[in-house]
Design a protein around this ligand. Structure first.
Ligand SMILES: Nc1ncnc2c1ncn2[C@@H]1O[C@H](COP(=O)(O)OP(=O)(O)O)[C@@H](O)[C@H]1O
Ligand SMILES: [Mg+2]
Length: 363
């Protein structure tokens, strides 16, 4: 169902994204080792990744979730989740993953059984160990294995340099591919630092895939397809109204469709509910980023939301709202909002790419 609000798993539930899927699948078939998927929140990255990985042996970890569980992505935590990822697939008793279990049990202090994973308390199991074993196993079987780290920019919160480990694996383990994705595009690029000569990943070839917002035409087709799938013929003025309000961010369109077509809310109420639920979600996420200087950050966002979108207009607005601010400080705050994907800059004008964020900060 197109209007299912969970990330999509099956190709038939994923609308469009042919180009993105083709690029990722081509990269995997060409045995490319590093694939990076960029795009703002709720634009469909996780869905594209899940659908594209269906036919490849893989583990997919949500690094953001992992980070929020302990506020740091330690090696034992990451290892544990990788192993859990293997085991989750074994439950479906795929032959492939049973083979993996044998390989893993060659690692000292580790046993993966049907009921659970046992790690001897004294055992220090490293990610590089696991990666090497999986690579060996692939070599034997002529397989390829994908480690997919969703919201990978959270790997930077660690006492371990994961960029170094990934670079090492990319160089040495030829049967593995790494897929990294991130909503905070600027932050993910900083983590990877591929343009910096001193960085471990410097100069590595990578396949970059940008998941973009739907055009008006695509959004329109998506909504029509979603309604028709549920046996409803939508009112064209409602559709146009929704496009204007939600602007090609497929996550919001999906939520609207779910509330309108599955829960059968009237159009106006459905749209209001998207903004209401969406704003709450968005402010929670935004608050984490802006807490060090909440008033000023919010003033910047508000300025842009109200159309004061050049640098000098933002400065004027922020000064009125929160008092004088040095240029360097203002630049720093604006830059952060861009890194985290809350602002975009085009022709010296700033804009808020997500209509729900825009509405939320205006309130
Ligand atoms: N191409 C698509 N077709 C249908 N629904 C989609 C599509 N892309 C995303 N969605 C829906 O939009 C929401 C956000 O998608 P998700 O993959 O979680 O985005 P992201 O990982 O970029 O935040 C989910 O409800 C998902 O089902
Ligand atoms: Mg996601």
């Amino acid at each position: 169902m197109y209007f299912d609000v969970n990330p999509k798993e099956r190709k038939e539930d994923l609308f469009n994204r042919e180009k993105e899927l083709k690029s990722i699948i081509e990269a995997l078939n060409l045995r490319e080792r590093l694939i990076v998927v960029y795009g703002i929140r709720r634009i469909g990255k996780t869905s594209v990744i899940r659908v594209s990985l269906r036919d490849f042996p893989h583990v997919l970890l949500d690094i953001r979730q992992l980070y929020f569980s302990e506020n740091i992505v330690t090696m034992p935590l990451l290892v544990k989740y990788v192993l859990e990822g293997f085991r989750a697939r074994m439950k479906t008793s795929e032959k492939l993953y049973l083979g993996l279990r044998d390989v893993m049990s060659r690692i000292r202090g580790l046993r993966i059984g049907e009921i659970g994973i046992e790690i001897e308390p004294s055992a220090k199991i490293s990610l590089t160990d696991i990666l090497s074993r999986v690579d060996e196993w692939c070599e034997e079987k002529g397989e390829r294995f994908v480690f997919a780290f969703d919201e990978a920019q959270y790997l930077r919160f660690s006492n371990v340099r994961y960029d170094g480990i990934i670079a090492w694996a990319v160089d040495n383990l030829r049967n593995l591919s790494f897929m990294l994705s991130g909503s905070e595009v600027g932050v993910l690029k900083e983590f990877l630092r591929v343009d910096e000569p001193s960085s471990p990943l410097y100069g590595r070839y990578m396949r970059e895939v940008y998941v973009d917002r739907f055009t008006d035409e695509e959004s329109r087709k998506f909504l029509y397809a979603g309604f028709r799938e549920l046996g409803m013929e939508p009112d064209s003025s409602e559709i146009e109204d929704t496009l204007k309000a939600l602007d090609g961010v497929v996550g919001w369109l999906t939520l609207y469709g779910y509330i309108r077509a599955v829960r059968k809310f009237p159009h106006e109420d459905a749209l209001a509910k998207v903004f209401e639920e969406g704003s709450r979600l968005v402010m929670e996420e935004l608050d984490k980023v802006i807490s060090p200087s909440r008033k000023r950050y919010l003033a910047i966002m508000k300025a842009v939301a109200h159309g004061s979108n050049s640098w000098s207009d933002i400065k004027a607005y922020v000064t009125v709202k929160t008092g004088p601010i040095p240029d360097s400080r203002l630049n720093e705050l604006i830059k952060n909002l861009v890194r985290y994907g809350y602002l975009e800059k085009e022709d010296d004008k700033y804009r808020i790419p997500d209509p729900v964020v825009k509405r939320a900060v205006m309130q």
